[in-house]
Design a protein. Sequence first.
Length: 72
Amino acid sequence: MGTKTISIRDDTYDLLKNAKREGESFSDVIDRMMVREKGDLSAYFGALKDKKLLEGLEEDSRKIRELSRLRI
């Protein structure tokens, strides 16, 4: 496997650097982000199975909708 040199803006470099996990290369970060872009939702299945958490999210959503109506 070879390597390539690419030019990126400083702000893009900073974003990649901040996304980098311990032990990861920049190639690893880009690969991870590209996989996430494809929208593999299987990692999220069951994430909201906690009924109390789900009810809290629903309540927060309701409050946000009410507040947005008041601003109009």
